[in-house]
Design a protein around this ligand. Structure first.
Ligand code: NAI
Length: 325
């Protein structure tokens, strides 16, 4: 039997986690032979609900779950943690500007970064989900200098999965027929869903769908899909976000599919001219518990301009939060 992996999940009493935790516990994230210890972090007022979630997890009698810890103390939650799923954040309230959300949530992620720096495994693999996800990850990284910086990432897999669905639907193809989708940039409306390198059953997607559709429908539909779900559901995407978190961490730990790549927001190493250190979504290939940014793609001027716009937004977000690092 393998040693258990310690998975810390923040915002564990929230909507996303109500879908996420049960699937981690059943082995969908790390494999059906990988035991886990679940450390569930919540703010004090939500502890009771979090305990109820733990009760339900126990009532599933998942054989892979070796222990569940419910706490409002980040130092307890992140002690020796191997994986950190940073879901907990404040939602945007009525009348709140994006800037207010940035600073409020930035404070949460600077505080958690400091604790992670002190108590977590130095190779902890982190996926930031709470919005603004890329900038929260950037703030966390700056506050956790002793942690392997490569391992501080943010979630754009939901955007990637949304893009795959839209292309499959348009091309009248199976989901599994779509490969090499890309989301570049920030998890926001400036993101750049790009089908330039995508294939449909091995053929170039560009030969299957027209360029006007890609620019005028596909890109805005994917970028604004989160808002469309909020409008329809009255709450932000939860089950699909949980599914994307599982995909992100599953592929990072166990490898992405042969002959394909996935989108992850990772610290830029300067690839494609993006400022080093920004948490920027790239196409990556995952292998042996690590990832590599796909190199050498010939990006069109149209996409390049949009990539720079998304970079600019990330630079502005970082500037707004510079007091936090
Ligand atoms: P929710 O409001 O249902 O749950 C959030 C939970 O976080 C609450 O239970 C709250 O008590 C907790 N929380 C707040 N501050 C905390 C802290 N300092 N430490 C620990 N827990 C804390 O929200 P939901 O639907 O679960 O979404 C969570 C976040 O995920 C939101 O910021 C949302 O915008 C973001 N999101 C990101 C997506 C992405 O693709 N990156 C997709 C969908 C949602």
């Amino acid at each position: 039997m393998k040693q258990p992996v310690r998975v810390t999940v923040t915002g564990a009493a929230g909507q996303i986690c109500y879908s996420l935790l049960f699937r981690i516990a059943s082995g969908e994230m790390l494999g059906k032979d990988q035991p886990v210890i679940l450390n569930l972090l919540e703010i004090t007022p939500a502890l009771k609900v979090c305990e109820a979630v733990a009760m339900e997890l126990n009532d599933c009698a998942f054989p892979l779950v070796k222990d569940i810890v419910v706490t409002d103390d980040p130092a307890v939650a992140f002690k020796d943690a191997n994986i950190g799923l940073m879901v907990g954040a404040k939602p945007r309230g009525p009348g709140m500007e994006r800037k207010d959300l940035l600073t409020d949530n930035g404070k949460i992620f600077s505080a958690l970064g400091k604790v992670i720096d002190q108590v977590a495994d130095k190779n902890i693999k982190i996926c930031v989900v709470g919005n603004p996800a890329n900038t929260n990850a950037y703030i966390l990284a700056k506050n956790a200098p002793s942690i392997n910086q490569r391992n501080i990432t943010a979630l754009t897999r939901l955007d990637h999965n949304r893009a795959i669905y839209q292309l499959a639907e348009k091309a009248d193809a199976e989901i599994a027929a779509i490969k090499k989708m890309i989301i570049w940039g920030n998890h926001s409306v400036t993101q750049v869903p790009d089908i330039s390198f995508a294939t449909v059953n091995g053929d170039q997607a560009a030969d299957k769908v027209d360029a006007t559709w890609a620019k005028e429908e596909f890109m805005p539909i994917v970028a604004k899909r989160g808002a469309a779900v909020i409008a329809a559901r009255g709450a932000s995407s939860a089950a699909s976000a949980a599914n994307a978190i599982l995909d992100h961490m599953h592929d990072w730990v166990l490898g992405s599919a042969e002959g394909d790549w996935v989108s992850m927001a990772v610290p830029s190493d300067g690839s494609y001219g993006i400022q080093e250190g920004l948490i920027y979504s790239y196409p990556v290939v995952c292998k042996n518990g690590d990832y590599e940014i796909v190199q050498g793609l010939e990006v069109s001027d149209f996409i390049k301009d949009k990539m720079i716009e998304s970079q600019k937004e990330l630079q502005e977000e970082a500037e707004t939060c510079k007091d936090l690092f």
